[in-house]
Design a protein around this ligand. Sequence first.
Ligand code: URA
Length: 211
Amino acid sequence: MSDLKVNVIAHPLIQHKLTLMRDEETGTKDFRQLLEEISMLMAYEITRNMPLTEVDVKTPVTVCKSKVLTGKKIAVVPILRAGLGMLNGVVNLIPAARVGHVGLYRDPETLKPVEYYCKLPSDVGERTLVVVDPMLATGGSAAAAIDLLKEKGAKSIILMCLVAAPEGIKVVNEAHPDVEIYVASVDECLNDHGYIVPGLGDAGDRIFGTK
Ligand code: URA
């Protein structure tokens, strides 16, 4: 794992909530809420180095210098469908963020991801895109989604996932060395069915209560 480029967010609240999410006894309502809470905490961590500039502000008492965000604005881009489970947490913290959506399915013949939906803010090239998808498994969808975003003009992309397999991190690192990856956990491996081990099962099914 040492050659993988990934940022693991080890905040105790995130780790505690992730353990609750892994538990097979955790139902849809709690799973969804925990994912939203973790996404907000992760967004707090990934925005910690956002650039600031000083402006003059007139308070009811006096005029002073105070800081405001500068630099690129954010757009959040969930990969459909499980990425939707991370959207509200990020938007709660960054309410002015624009939201794009990317949908991909796997072609049963070629096994390659194919775009079926893509709607992005018009100023995609001026924003930092936070691509969200809870499970970074093979990395195929994430790498294809990032390819697509770059084709549409994106220049600055961050990938934020809940749980990653080393295999998926490697695929994204190799395909997109410019993209920083943030996760709450790097798990052991993928199993023969493409599930992350130990993982938490099918994130989309657990978020939406489908099975
Ligand atoms: N997608 C999921 O939802 N879970 C996995 O373990 C792998 C991919």
